[in-house]
Design a protein around this ligand. Sequence first.
Ligand code: PLP
Length: 404
Amino acid sequence: MKPIEPALRTRRIRYAIRDIVVLADRLKREGKNILSLNIGDPCPFGFQPPSELVEAVHEAMKANKNGYGPALGVPEALDALRKEAVRKGIRELRTVFITTGASEAIEVCLTALLDPGENVLLPAPGYPLYSAIMGKLDCPLNLYHLDEEKGWLPDLDDLAARINSRTRGIVLINPNNPTGALYDPDTLKGILELAREKNLVVFSDEIYDQLVFDGNTHVATASLADDIPMVTFGGLSKNYVTPGWRIGWGMLSGPPEIIRDYDQAIQKILRARLCANHPEQYAIPVALGRARKHIPQMIEILQKRRDLTVEKLEAMEGVKCVKPGGAFYAFPSLDIPGSDKDFCEELLRETGVLTVFGEGFGQKPGTKHLRVVFLPPEETLSDAFEKMDSFLQKYRRRAEAPSS
Ligand code: PLP
């Protein structure tokens, strides 16, 4: 037999967050101590889900909720999500549905909207799942810049300039991965105005909506306009420390006459894939009800780690870091020779400090960054930043040394 040729679309799929782990795993097998500042999973760093959630899932399993569930989700959980939408100030709520992580909600909603060759505007830098899905759908990337000089807020002029005849929607991530930026209502209103003018669907990824620092509150995009078709993405993975449960959701909102056909198309896809993880869905009513007590403590811990991260990065020569307003990521810029990918891989090989290179998230040409996850305890972060600082100096000296 001849070798099996994979589909061309798979060539376009890149996922730097996982790709760099291949090298880290090899180094680990060779005995290197790895300091992981690379993955947005709170579980390995001492964070735990509220015990009530674990109990709710156990109870569901014991009550034999182990069969297929309803395609859109179990009624109790959908009811809790509708209440959560009201709490977020979303008024024109239409269909709410539960998925295998927010990841599946994102994939379903883009699949239900886009024909090959069409595009949605994606933030750069941004979470790479979106561009991977665009690759699968045979849709080209259309990236808009987030402006580092303005605290990584979307550059609205750039956004407007990139809308073309095949643009169907705008994605925004708030708080953002990988920059940690929290968007203010005026910025959100600016994006909504563009969507209104150009007849676009707005996808607001709010998976980190409860992890917001400095006493600020998160504003749901869909609470700011009733007349625009929108999907708000959320889930249990981050706020509730359960990424392995793969529970997420989408909340569709907007005027019924505009959104009806799109809503039906989403539901059709959801029916075709049976259901999201069934027993885990019973944690949703508990999570969105009484089990929020861990959030203030989580914010306090993360804020300390954020402060340490920014302080240590800013103290390094040629490194600048915009202070993240939420989530658990920082995206410092680096003044280094060569590419950030090379730097990131050498940093890993020599020091064991595992980050993700900026190129993997999309960034302005000519700029270089790393994504740093500040979930690890302060001692680990300090150790990693110390190693990064001395490596950075060595790296520059090496590049400046005349080659013999
Ligand atoms: N959206 C963003 C912005 C994320 O950072 C992530 C995970 O890192 C996801 C969605 C995926 O979340 P889930 O675990 O619910 O699939």
